[in-house]
Design a protein. Structure first.
Length: 254
């Protein structure tokens, strides 16, 4: 189920809860329509509203921090790729095949997650960077430096190859676990449904009330959409900016 479908389902559920409350208030007995009853329900609704505001704000902040971390990781990864390529270039023309594979690998990654094709989340698994790093490490092990400059270049290449591997593994492991669990989303939805039902229970049905309930349902649905969407930095609709990786692609293997 895509995030957009989830957004639509949540919006419909919240709106239906409010409209159900409006419908049920016509069947309430007179003893349940007293000012005291309205006051108690209003106090509980205020408490739930406060909880929703606090938790929604916190979860949006958590998801945004996760999204920003991935952006920072991608920028650091791009910088490490450039330093690795530079070290290989300094070693000599013997490293040209490795530089070609390095560029081909990041171009493939860019086209996979920022191209026009459909994204395969399996490519974010830790197995992909492990295999790539192992291949680069095996190639570097075959090099036999003859000068001091080549020795330094090889040492730098090994260092940055390890850094590239670590950064890519870290990104994969972070993406493997979403920042917000579905249990929290379910709790938020339960609170929201109860709140909108309570609001509708003591409201007179008219066009203004219906519009207000629809706007409130849309706002909560959008908030949950943001929480879920920011947790998908490479496969969602709002993906991390690939500007750093694009620059790396333009410079690598030149």
């Amino acid at each position: 189920m895509t995030i957009l479908v989830i957004f639509v389902v949540i919006f419909i559920l919240i709106l239906a809860s409010g409209y159900t409350g409006l419908h049920m208030q016509k069947r309430l007995a007179d003893e349940h329509k007293t000012d005291q009853s309205r006051g108690v329900v209003g106090q509980v609704a205020g408490l739930v509203s406060l909880l929703l505001a606090l938790v929604l704000g916190t979860l949006i902040g958590v998801s945004f921090a996760y999204f920003s971390t991935q952006k920072t990781e991608l920028e650091g990864f791009s910088a490490q790729i450039l330093r690795l390529d530079q070290a290989l270039a300094q070693y000599g023309p013997e490293t040209k095949p490795a530089r070609d594979k390095l560029k081909a690998g990041i171009v493939k990654g860019y086209e996979t997650f920022w191209g026009s094709g459909e994204t395969d989340p399996n490519l974010l698994s830790a197995a992909v960077p492990l295999a790539s790093a192992q291949a680069m490490g095996d190639f570097l092990a075959t090099l036999q430096p003859k000068t001091e400059a080549q020795k330094q270049a090889l040492a730098t290449a090994n260092q940055y190859n390890s850094m590239v591997e670590q950064s890519r593994l870290l990104m994969s492991l972070q993406v493997a676990s979403p920042p917000v669990s579905w249990v929290l989303i379910a709790i938020l939805l339960f609170w929201t449904l109860a709140l909108f039902f309570g609001i509708g229970l003591f409201a007179e049905s008219n066009s203004l009330v219906l519009s207000a309930l629809a706007f409130g349902a849309l706002s909560i649905a959008f908030a949950i959409f943001l929480i879920l969407e920011l947790g998908l930095p490479y496969t969602g609709l709002m993906r991390v900016s690939p500007a750093a990786l694009e620059q790396a692609i333009g410079i690598v293997d030149k």
